[in-house]
Ligand binder design. Structure first.
Ligand code: HSE
Length: 312
C-alpha cells in the first residue's frame, strides 16, 4: 500500500527529567509544545521548514532530528521511506533541559506511526523502544510520548514505563535562563563511573519518597527532591543554576535542575509557591531568567491525519 499523499499533524509536550533524585528514570510532561506537520510525497528527499524555536539554526534536510527519527521507524519496520515534507512550529526551548531533543524524536516517531497507520501497528512499548534507541535514555521520551508523570526503566526486553497522575496541588515552575545553554553530552561526561554506596541509598530513599510526594503528599516534595547522584557533579558547569537552587531550597522550595540543565524546576506544593519562587529568582539572579508557570500535560504526544495532500 502506498502512503504517498498521506499527511499527519503531531503535537508533542516539553518534559522535565530526573526531578532531583530520579536520574534517568523519572519524568514529567509539561504544557509547552512543538507542533509538526509531515506529508509523504513521491519525490525522494527531505525538506524541513522550521518556525519558532530553532528557526535558522536546526538542519532542514535529512539530517534533521525529526526526519532521522521518522527514517529510524521506517527502517525498523522494514518499510520504504517516501519523500518527506516537514513543517515544524516549535515552542520548546533548545539546550535548556526541557526535553527538546526528546520531543523532536517523539514527534518523528509519532509522525511515522501516523503515516504507517493501517500498514503496521506500533504499540506503546514499540514507540518507547524506538524513541529510547535514538535518545539513549528513556526519562524524557516516556513522558513526551505518554504524558503525566512517568517512571521508566529498562528490562531484558527493552525500555518499559508506568504512567501516573500527579496530585492536583503540585504546581511546576520552570525557570529558563535566556543566555545560558547546556549540552546533555557535556553534563553526562561530568558523571563519575561509580558512586558511594551511601549516596546510592540516599537516592533510593528520596526517589521512593518522591513518588509518594507527587501523587499523594506534596508537602513532602522538599525532602523528596534531594539528590546525590548527578547535580553536584554537574554544578561547576552551571554555577548560576547551582547558586539559585541553593537559594530556593533554603527558602523551603523543592528546586532541582531540570533534566541536564541549565533550567531550574520548582515543584510547588501549591500554586502560591510559584510566586514565591519567581520573586526569589528575580531578586537573586544575575542574568535574565524566564519563569514559566506550567501545567502537567496528561495526554502526551498526539498524532492525527490531515486531508490527503495534493502534492503527491
Ligand atoms: N537523565 C538525563 C540526564 C536527562 O540528566 O542526563 C537529560 O537528557
Amino acid at each position: 500500500m502506498s502512503i504517498v499523499g498521506r499527511a499527519v499533524a503531531v503535537k508533542t509536550p516539553a518534559t522535565t527529567a530526573n526531578l532531583g533524585p530520579g536520574f534517568d528514570t523519572l519524568g514529567l510532561a509539561l504544557s509547552i509544545y512543538d507542533e509538526l506537520e509531515v506529508t509523504a510525497v513521491a519525490e525522494p528527499g527531505v525538506i524541513v521548514e522550521v518556525h519558532g524555536v530553532g528557526e535558522g539554526e536546526v538542519p532542514t534536510d535529512e539530517t534533521n532530528l525529526v526526519a532521522r527519527s521518522i527514517a529510524h521507524v521506517f527502517a525498523d519496520q522494514g518499510q520504504p521511506l517516501p519523500g518527506l515534507r516537514l513543517v515544524a512550529r516549535n515552542g520548546i526551548p533548545h539546550g535548556r533541559g526541557m526535553g527538546s531533543s526528546g520531543a523532536a524524536i517523539v514527534a518523528g516517531v509519532m509522525a511515522a506511526k501516523g503515516l504507517l497507520e493501517g500498514v503496521v501497528d506500533l504499540d506503546s512499548r514499540t514507540l518507547l523502544r524506538l524513541a529510547t534507541e535514538l535518545e539513549g535514555h528513556p526519562d524524557n521520551v516516556a513522558p513526551a510520548l505518554f504524558g503525566g508523570l512517568t517512571i521508566a526503566w529498562t528490562s531484558d526486553d527493552g525500555p518499559e514505563f508506568k504512567k501516573l497522575s500527579v496530585h492536583r496541588g503540585v504546581s511546576p515552575l520552570v525557570a529558563v535562563p535566556e543566555q545560558i545553554t547546556m549540552s546533555t553530552a557535556l553534563a553526562r561526561s561530568l558523571q563519575p563511573q561509580s558512586v558511594p554506596h551511601q549516596d546510592a541509598i540516599f537516592n533510593v530513599s528520596r526517589s521512593a519518597l518522591l513518588i509518594a510526594a507527587l501523587i499523594q503528599s506534596p508537602e513532602l516534595l522538599h525532602a523528596a527532591t534531594e539528590d546525590r547522584l548527578h547535580q553536584s557533579y554537574r554544578a561547576s558547569a552551571m554555577p548560576e543554576t547551582d547558586a539559585l537552587i541553593r537559594v530556593l531550597r533554603e527558602n523551603g522550595l523543592a528546586a532541582v535542575v531540570s533534566g541536564a540543565g541549565p533550567s531550574i524546576l520548582v515543584l510547588g506544593s501549591d500554586p502560591a509557591q510559584r510566586l514565591v519562587a519567581a520573586e526569589l529568582l528575580e531578586r537573586h539572579a544575575s542574568t535574565t531568567w524566564r519563569p514559566l508557570m506550567l501545567a502537567v500535560d496528561f495526554r502526551g504526544a498526539t498524532v492525527g491525519s490531515l486531508p490527503v495532500a495534493a502534492v503527491a
